[in-house]
Design a protein around this ligand. Sequence first.
Ligand SMILES: [Zn+2]
Length: 135
Amino acid sequence: MKVTQSQIITRGLTVHCPNCGGKTLFPPGASLRLNKECPQCHLRLEKDEGFFLGAMSLNYGVTLVVFLAPVALLWYHGTLSDTAATWLAIGISVVVPVLLYRASRSWQLMLYYTFFPQHLPANRRVMSAVEDENV
Ligand SMILES: [Zn+2]
C-alpha cells in the first residue's frame, strides 16, 4: 500500500491531505471553507452530502469531553462559582468549536481513510496493479 494508515493518521492530525500529504485542505488564509478537492492530487474532500456531520460530531465531542467536562468537574467540586462556570461554559461552547473546525474536518477524513485506505487514489493504483499481477 502506497499510503499507510500511520501516514493517514499523521496527515489527519496535522491537517494535511490524506492522499498526497499536501497542506491543501483549506485555501490559504483564515478560511473555514474546505476545498471541494485537493488542488495537488484532486482527491475529493467533500465526499457526499452530509459527510460533514461526522466532523461536527467529532468537534462537539472533543469540545464536550476535553473542555466542558473539566469546567463541570471544577463547578461540581466547588472550585468555580455558578456564575463563573456558566460564563466559562458559554464561552467555551462558542469559541472552541470554531477553533477546532479545521482540525475536525481533517479528523473526519483521517478516520474515513484510516478505515478505508484502499479508497485513496494513491492506494487504488497500487491495489489494481497487485490485482493485475494475480490474474
Ligand atoms: Zn492531495
